[in-house]
Design a protein around this ligand. Structure first.
Ligand code: NAD
Length: 253
């Protein structure tokens, strides 16, 4: 069965990747694509005006909307999907607690799948971190993420997810974002470091050190295509499900 997806932020880095990945797949058709800057054609799809999204949802009735945009538009598009009965997949990061609440409200009406990272490698990294942290009790933990120079939010959504994973398995820890001047480490703090350079698609390292040894768990995304592929896997999986809140790990299982 072919799943018909709508794509938002179509002229953005991820939007273009999603359109490129969709054009290579037999199980996905693009119903329409929107962006704030309409008019271009990408992968044979005319990019329409994002302001017309409610009308386009009504006219095309896609199965799933795939969103990689910004926090404000993500919330707005989730509400439009809830209104139109269209399933919603988003990987947009930088959402506030209120933004996540709004997505959960949408999940009362339609299926919603949110992931701060759509790569299988990051899913495996999260499992490895959840195993390593309790095994290395008392070791210092530092988290470093590196992304391209146009990324807006810091630390990355994936870094925040990894920090939540660490808190889940060893209790809440204070976070120190970079260090400067007199800044000795406290026993249980987690140092968090965000680097921005070039066109790096995404790197995350969790470093555990103590007892005269260190363990470094690192993931590097070679291209944004890996996130686009995961998001389309999620869209195909989500199509036709009941309203509710879903997680990317369910797709992988
Ligand atoms: P980008 O800046 O290249 O593209 C963002 C697109 O969204 C642009 O087309 C922009 O016009 C549009 N947009 C932003 N705010 C908008 C608004 N208020 N209304 C309408 N359109 C709006 O960014 P990108 O690299 O494509 O990343 C987009 C988002 O996806 C970011 O939050 C990024 O962190 C996230 N991301 C998530 C994953 C993942 O696996 N979950 C992977 C990569 C990027």
């Amino acid at each position: 069965m072919t799943v018909r997806v709508a794509v938002t932020g179509a002229t953005g880095r991820m939007g273009e990747e999603v359109l490129a990945a969709a054009s290579d797949r037999d199980d996905i058709d693009v119903a329409f694509a929107v962006s704030r800057s309409a008019g271009d054609e990408i992968e044979g799809v005319l990019v329409e005006d994002a302001a017309d999204l409610p009308d386009l949802l009504a006219a095309h009735d896609p199965d799933v909307l795939v969103d990689f945009t910004g926090p404000a538009s993500c919330v707005e598009y989730a509400a439009a999907c809830a209104e139109s009965g269209v399933a919603f997949v988003s990987g947009t990061t930088g959402l506030s607690d209120g933004g996540f609440d709004a997505l959960r409200d949408a999940a009362d009406e339609v299926p919603v799948l949110y992931a701060s990272n759509f790569s299988r490698g990051i899913a495996a990294l999260r499992r490895a971190v959840r195993e390593a942290v309790p095994a290395l009790d008392g070791y210092d933990i530092e988290l470093t993420e590196t992304h391209h120079n146009a990324k807006r939010d810091a630390p990355s959504g994936t870094a925040l997810t990894l920090l939540e994973d660490i808190d889940d398995v060893r209790g809440d820890s204070p976070r120190v974002h970079g260090r400067e001047g007199e800044a000795p480490r406290t026993e249980d703090e987690i140092g968090v470091h965000a680097r921005r350079a070039g066109d790096i698609a995404g790197e995350h390292e969790v470093l555990l050190a103590g007892n005269h040894e260190s363990l470094s768990l690192t993931h590097r995304a070679g291209s944004r295509g890996v996130f686009a592929a995961g998001a389309l896997d999620a869209a195909a999986w989500l199509s036709g499900r009941d309203a509710g809140w879903y997680d990317f790990t369910e797709v992988l299982e």
